[in-house]
Design a protein around this ligand. Structure first.
Ligand SMILES: *Cc1c(COP(=O)(O)O)cnc(C)c1O
Length: 383
């Protein structure tokens, strides 16, 4: 069963060994830059590579500011705090995401509200969001969006660009504006993904990226906050222990966080970023090969939404039924070709089971059918 898919994947990676879902590739200046940090002794919280990584990432994404953090979850936590999310608040997000999205909301003492996704983006549905707000929310005399039920504040909206495929972000911008919600983008998976010529993560007031080991580029562990000049400066302050600049004195003016990215990790990031466009070209080529080989089969290859350039971080197929999904997962994994089902919906996790939610028909449908297939950059890739 699914033998031709297994053969196709083996042909791509030219191996009979185990094929993981996603492995990093270090084919550039990684070793040189990392050795440079060791030789300079600046491996930790200050160093030239952190500054360079932030500058390069700001330039790449056309974000006024980019602030490096120790991981993507920390970036999300800081972004939510900077958006003004407070204990008792509600944050609208999608149930089809990695748990970090919701955990960051919980770190703020706030709670997620789960809104359905669209089947053509796998991300937060602006129409479902609008419908839910029309029914359950109102704007008070101070302009604050609140829940009709108990007047709790709906502070922010946190969509996620699933597997690198951009959500309908312009429409979400409009809905958030109308309802006075702060828009924050979880672009952890979508570095290099473009929506109508703008980089994902730069539409909201804040956006975040991740450079975990399984992401499109990695720093070992790492993340980035994308923001405008003013919020970006505040992000830097908050994530670096809120220390007032001074040559030797320790003065901290608020409860800050030690969320900064070590220089040794930033060195890896600088080298990886140099190769990002090559990685994306490879992934897009691989995606088009998957699409071609699966054409007319029972598996529907998930293609980027219209008007977007997706980084195709993780390729995904949609199975015709949950039963066939199970057969696909078993036969591929038994053959040493790693595949994984999409995340269990956040509203099913015990920790978020009591959170508010709208109708989740699409998320439930996708949860039972979506499978990720191997997506690493191909060996010996040259654009
Ligand atoms: C990877 C990821 C994160 C968190 O990133 P870390 O760097 O692993 O903390 C957050 N949200 C989503 C959607 C992710 O995929």
């Amino acid at each position: 069963m699914f033998d031709s898919l297994i053969k196709f994947v083996r042909d791509q990676y030219q191996t009979n060994d185990f094929i993981p879902l996603h492995a990093p590739v270090f084919s550039g200046h990684e070793r040189d830059y990392v050795v440079e940090t060791i030789e300079s002794t600046f491996v930790s919280s200050v160093g030239a590579f952190v500054d360079r990584f932030e500058r390069d990432m700001a330039a790449y994404t056309s974000s006024p500011k980019a602030v490096a953090t120790v991981n993507g979850t920390a970036a999300l936590h800081a972004a939510l705090m900077l958006a003004g999310v407070q204990p008792g608040d509600l944050v609208l997000t999608q149930p089809l995401t990695f748990v970090a999205t919701c955990n960051a909301i919980a770190y703020c003492g706030a709670a997620p509200v789960f809104i359905d996704v669209d089947r053509h983006t796998l991300g937060l549905s602006p129409t479902a969001l609008e419908k839910w707000l029309d029914e359950y929310a109102y704007i008070d005399s101070d302009g604050i969006c609140r829940l009709k039920l108990d007047e709790r504040v709906l502070r922010a909206c946190l969509p996620m660009h699933t597997f690198g495929h951009p959500v309908e972000i312009e429409y979400l911008v409009t809905v958030c504006k109308r309802w006075n919600l702060v828009l924050i983008e979880d672009a952890a998976e979508s570095l290099g993904s473009i929506y109508k010529s703008r980089h994902t993560g730069t539409f909201g007031r804040l956006g975040i990226l991740s450079f975990n080991g399984n992401k499109i580029i990695t720093t070992g562990g790492g993340g980035m906050i994308l923001a405008g000049e003013e919020l970006g400066a505040r992000a830097k302050h908050l994530t670096t222990t809120a220390k007032k600049p001074h040559p030797y004195e320790y003065v901290h003016d608020e409860v800050g966080y030690n969320y900064r990215l070590p220089n040794i990790n930033a060195a890896l990031g600088c080298a990886q970023l140099e190769q990002l466009e090559d990685f994306i070209a490879c992934k897009r080529e691989l995606a088009s090969r998957y699409a071609e080989v699966l054409e007319g089969s029972e598996l529907q290859f998930f293609k980027e939404p219209e008007g977007c350039r997706s980084n195709y971080w993780l390729n995904a197929v949609i199975c015709e039924s949950p039963a066939r999904r199970d057969v696909l997962l078993k036969s591929t994994n038994d053959s040493g070709v790693m595949t994984r089902p999409i995340w269990k919906l956040m509203n099913r996790l015990p920790l978020y089971v009591n959170c508010l939610r709208g109708d989740l028909t699409n998320a439930e449908w996708l949860e039972a059918r979506v499978v990720n297939v191997p997506s690493s950059v191909l060996p010996g890739w040259k654009a």
